[in-house]
Design a protein around this ligand. Sequence first.
Ligand SMILES: [Fe+2]
Ligand SMILES: [Fe+2]
Length: 480
Amino acid sequence: MSIDKISYDTLIPNNVNLSSDRRVLKALEQWHPQYIDWWKTMGPDGFQDAEVYLRTAISVETKGWAKFGYVKMPDYRWGILLAPQEEGRKIPFGEHKGEDVWQEVPGEYRAMLRRLLVIQGDTEPASVEQQRFLGATAPSLYDLRNVFQVNVEEGRHLWAMVYLLQKYFGRDGREEAHELLRRRSGDKDAPRMLGAFNEETPDWLSFFMFAFFTDRDGKMQLESLAQSGFDPLARTCRFMLTEEAHHMFVGESGVGRIIQRTCETMQQAGIDDPFDTEKIRQLSVIDLPTIQKKANLHYSLSLDLFGSEVSTNAANFYNASLKGRFKETKLTDDHRLDNTTYPVLKLVNGALTMVDEPALTALNMRLRDDYVDDCARGIRRWNKIVANNGVEFEFKLPHTGFNRQIGQFANVDISPQGEILKPNDWQIARNNFLPSTDDGEFIALLMRQETRRGKFAEWIAPPKSGVDNQAGDFEYVRLS
Ligand SMILES: [Fe+2]
Ligand SMILES: [Fe+2]
C-alpha cells in the first residue's frame, strides 16, 4: 500500500489515506469552514484576494517536495502530510525504549499526549494572528510573500495537530480542534496558551526576530516530538521541520539584511561609532544597539517557552516515551536517564550557581541549552556581516536569567551581562536592555509599505537571491 503518495482527490490533500477514513474525513470537512472563517478574519489583513507566489507541499520526499505557483491564500491547499513511515522503527527512549513504536495512543498516556498536541497546536494559529497586520508595512514584495509563506505553513501546522486530535481523540479531539480556533493571541478572555504568543508583532524587525528566536523554540519542540514513541506524531513533526527550516531562514536573513543595510549606510556616511544612534537614525536605518535590544526581548520571551528548568512534567513526558531530547537517537547514553544528573543554573543564596539535578527533571533545561547553542550560531553569522562591513560592534545573546517570567529567574532582576541588579537599578537601566517607547516609535516611522517590483525599503538590504531563483524584480505578490 502506498500511503506516502499525496492524494488530491479529497478537499484536503493528504498522504494518510483520508478518503477511506470516513469518520476523520467528515470531522475535518466540518472543521474546514471554521478554519477558513478564522483565516479570513484573523489571517493576513487586506491581502485575501492577492495572488501570492507560494510553495505548496506536494510530496514528503526530501527532494522536490514543494511546487511554486500563484495562489490566493484562502485557496491554499492545506494538507495533512506525514513523513514516510520507517519500517521497524523502535521507541528510542524512556520506559518503553526498544519496543515497537505505537500506531495508536496507549490508553494510559492519552491525557498527556492530548496536552502535548494542544500546546503545540495552539502556537501555530497564534503566530498568524500576531503577524496579521504586517502586510500594511511590508518593505518589499519579496518580504510580503515570505511572511505569507510562513503564515500559510503555520496554518498547515495547525491542520497537522488537528488531524492527530481528530483521528486519535474522538469527541475530545473535535472539541480541542474547535478551541484552537476560538482562542486568540492577546485576547483578554481567551488568550493563547503561552506568553510569547500573546505579545504583539508591531514591526518587521520584531517579525524577523520572532521568526529567528520563537520559531526556533518551535523547531526544538518539534525536534523532541519527532522522537516520540507515538509514531503518527513523530512523522508529523518530521515533516513540519522541513517547513520550519524556511521560517528560520526568513528570520535570520531578515535581521541579517537589516544589519547589512545599517552597516553599509554608516560606512557611506563615514560614521564609525555604532552608538552614535542619533546620527545613524537620521539616515533612516536602524542602529545596531536597537537591533540588540529587540534581540534581547525576543530571546528572553522565547526562553520562557521552555518552561521551568526543573520540571516533573518534562520527566513524565520522557519516561512515557512521548517527548524525547534534541537529536535523541544520536546521543550515546542509556536513553532512560534513571541515575544521571544534569547541571542546572539556579539562584542559590542570592548567587547564580550550577546545581546538579536528576537528568530526567532537568530535560527542559537541557533542551533550552541546545536552543541557546543553536541561537548562538545564528548570532555569529550576524556578527560576520558586521565585521565584513568593517563596523566595530558585536551582537551577544543576553544571560539566560535576563528578563524572565518563568522558572528560576522569574522576578529576579538580572542584566543582559548576568549581574543581579537591585529592582531600582534595573528600572533605571531598562531602556538600555529592552526596546523603549522611543525605539518603537522610531522603528514605526520607518515602516512604510513598498510594493513596487524589485524595490526595497531604505532600512533593509535586498536578499542575495530570489525565492525559487526568481529575478530581483519578480512580482511575488500580485495585488488585486
Ligand atoms: Fe509551525
Ligand atoms: Fe514556524
